[in-house]
Design a protein around this ligand. Structure first.
Ligand SMILES: C[S@@+](CC[C@H](N)C(=O)[O-])C[C@H]1O[C@@H](n2cnc3c(N)ncnc32)[C@H](O)[C@@H]1O
Length: 349
């Protein structure tokens, strides 16, 4: 039989939508890519003697961090993964204890002691070890060092982010809040994927993607692909150093807070408050960790992965509310949108 080329990939408007809408979500694949961190976290928890410590007496995250001489942030990330995976459980007093599985298999003097969760020099294992030694600095900074990377690194990071965020975009863009906004500023907007979807589904809206210069160039090409140049502009700014445009009635941060430590998050919240009109909204598109910091497993894994690349973590809704309300924002709300994502909003009085 003669070879025939594959038919062209179906174009997005075959579903009668102005933007690609996936028929199924990407949870299966996202779960798989995040789960790679579980083996390295268990291996290092064994090396740190975390299981032995919790077997002797249940501990809070802060107590365990102190005993193991690691930062509370690293302890939180490790404990969240171990608890979500089923090796630790939270007691009524908030302390973490071993589950039966951990008691049986994770203690070196148990006859059933189990090891070998990843190869000795697995990539994540080596990077996490560097993080344990290096403390506050991520061993391989990505988004937090965007203005220092070579253009090829910027392009490849933004391409990866684009592929990861695209399946979420339509579910975000269809949220009713975007139907009531006249001008949206997307801070750290990356490839522009979310703004493009929001503009495509909400013809009344005008949008600005704000990011560093080389990223804005990528976003502009994507905006042009969808023919949305009249609805979306870009502005090259450093979000910490430069002035923000002030004409917006909503400011979106998607996966931006999770890159940064609390100090930078407070600064971003303050800058958003200052740039908004009265009645304007701050919108966060994030995957929150449970308030009890023990799941969902994939979100806990992502938080541990961020230790290696960024300065932040997956914040809980309670932590995000504290950041936003501390600068004077009110009416905190959160709606689940897609897989683990929430759209979180708060208003300037
Ligand atoms: C994790 S990506 C999120 C991209 C997009 N919002 C999304 O959800 O796909 C973080 C974004 O923050 C941008 N960024 C990092 N530092 C920045 C800075 N100082 N000023 C403006 N943007 C910055 C990066 O270029 C990147 O596009």
């Amino acid at each position: 039989m003669a070879w025939k080329p594959n038919p062209p990939a179906p174009s997005y408007n075959m579903f009668n939508e102005p933007f690609p809408v996936a028929e199924v979500d990407e949870r299966l694949l996202f779960d798989l890519s995040c789960s790679r961190i579980i083996g390295p976290v268990i291996t290092l928890a064994q090396e740190l003697n975390l299981f032995k410590l919790l077997d002797a007496a249940p501990q809070t995250i802060e107590e365990a961090a102190k005993q193991l001489k690691i930062s509370p942030k690293i302890a939180e990330a490790f404990i969240a993964v171990l608890a979500a995976f089923g090796l630790l459980e939270r007691q009524n007093d908030g302390r973490l204890a071993l589950t039966k599985v951990a008691k049986t298999y994770m203690i070196p003097d148990s006859p059933f002691f189990y090891t070998g969760f990843c190869p000795p020099h697995e990539w994540y294992l080596d990077l996490l070890r560097m993080k344990l030694i290096g403390g506050a600095q991520p061993p391989m900074p990505m988004a937090v060092a965007m203005n220092q990377h070579k253009i090829e690194v910027v392009q490849s990071f933004i391409e990866r982010m684009h592929a990861m965020i695209l399946p979420t975009a339509a579910d975000l863009a269809k949220q009713p809040v975007f139907g009531q906004i006249s001008h949206l500023l997307d801070v750290g907007g990356g490839s522009g994927a979310l703004t493009i979807a929001i503009a495509a589904f909400n013809p009344q809206i005008q949008c600005t993607v704000m990011d560093l210069k080389p990223v804005c160039e990528i976003a502009r090409k994507n905006i042009a692909k969808y023919g949305l140049e009249k609805q979306i502009s870009t502005v090259a700014r450093d979000m910490f150093e430069d002035m923000w445009p002030e004409e917006s009635d909503a400011i979106l941060f998607s996966n931006v807070f999770h890159d940064w430590d609390l100090e930078h998050c407070y600064l971003l919240a303050q800058r958003a408050f200052d740039a908004l009109k009265s009645g304007g909204k701050v919108l966060l598109h994030e995957m929150p960790l449970n308030d009890t910091k023990d799941g969902p497993l994939t979100v806990a894994c992502l938080s541990a992965i961020l230790l290696m690349y960024e300065k932040g973590k997956q914040y809980t809704l309670k932590e995000i509310e504290e950041i936003l309300s501390s600068v004077g924002l009110i009416d905190f709300q959160s709606i689940p949108t897609h897989t683990y994502y929430h759209l979180i909003s708060a208003k300037k009085p």
